[in-house]
Design a protein around this ligand. Structure first.
Ligand code: FE2
Ligand code: FE2
Length: 301
């Protein structure tokens, strides 16, 4: 395993074309070693399934069920009630659902247009297939979070047609812009996870076992997501890096505004700031341990 990135290491350090090509190879080797076999039909990875199995075998359930689970089911897809009237645990869970659902819609659309592993010629295609399978694995981990709170009727609901069209627009962006947007999307996911981690202690103070289970599931996801940030950075040249920095604020705000829970749970301005100044040192070792970091970030803090 490569040494961890130095504390102040910036994701935006310059890298040559050759270094980036080598890093795609490096990430590909890392992905296979970490995840083992990919099962196309199941959209799953051997090692991820093993980890999921371990969580399920030692399932944890909240001490008390939600006071009103129907509030979750009425507001998870679309917020129908006044979000300020919801208790914090329900608010946290409806946010998690909305966030994960966007991810599910994105990866489902991408899975259909990405070559299978057997049909992949380029290393970047092979990486994409593994990356998506990893994201499907995350959906199963999110599911475990809901099960932890005894919400066992959660289903991933497709987005409305107009939102799907917006996603399709995203996949037709000029490739240069698209690479920057994809990077910012990963950075946003990861930043949200770090901020989530911080609010778990207060929101779930009375559910210590469930809280630690949710945290363990979250860290399992976040470690991969940290790798995705590095991977997406690896697609960017100097112009792509500059564009990405400019996109952080507008993309974070637009996306988080679409979820009424976000402003009630998080300091969105701080999230934007954290992402703009992202360094590996801000990540707790419990998450960064074993995560993939591009070699140039490790070399040039
Ligand atoms: Fe993800
Ligand atoms: Fe990701």
């Amino acid at each position: 395993m490569a040494p961890p990135a130095p504390a102040g290491a910036s994701i935006f350090v310059p890298a040559t074309r050759r270094e980036r090509a080598e890093n795609f190879e490096g990430y590909w080797a890392y992905l296979r070693q970490k995840n083992g076999e990919l099962f196309e039909r199941e959209q799953a990875l051997a090692e991820k399934q093993r980890v999921l199995g371990r969580f399920r075998e030692h399932a944890v359930r909240a001490r008390r069920p939600l006071t009103a689970p129907e509030l979750f089911y009425r507001n998870n897809v679309v917020m129908r009630d006044d979000p300020r009237a919801l208790d914090r645990t329900t608010l946290l869970l409806t946010f998690l659902y909305k966030f994960a659902r966007h991810e599910w819609v994105g990866i489902s659309a991408a899975w259909d247009v990405t070559p299978t592993l057997a049909d992949s010629v380029y290393v970047t295609d092979k990486i994409s297939r593994y990356h998506l399978a990893e994201e499907f694995g995350h959906m199963r981990l999110f599911h475990e979070m809901f099960e932890t709170f005894r919400l066992d009727r959660v289903q991933w609901v497709p987005l409305a047609p107009w939102v799907r069209r917006a996603y399709a627009f995203f996949t037709r962006m000029p490739p240069a812009l698209m690479a920057s947007a994809a990077f910012v999307t990963e950075l946003m996911g990861f930043t949200v996870y770090l901020h989530l981690d911080r609010i778990l202690d207060t929101i779930l103070a009375e559910e210590p076992e469930a809280r630690e289970r949710v945290r363990a599931l979250l860290y399992e996801i976040a470690g991969d997501e940290l790798g995705h940030i590095g991977l997406r950075r690896n697609y960017l040249g100097p112009l792509g890096c500059r564009t990405a920095k400019l996109m952080i604020g507008p993309m974070f705000r637009a996306f988080l505004r679409s979820m009424p829970e976000a402003a009630l749970l998080f300091d969105v301005r701080q999230m934007v700031k954290d992402a703009q100044g992202f360094t590996y040192g801000a990540v707790s070792p419990a998450i960064s341990k074993g995560a993939w970091v591009p070699s140039y970030v490790r070399l040039r803090p």
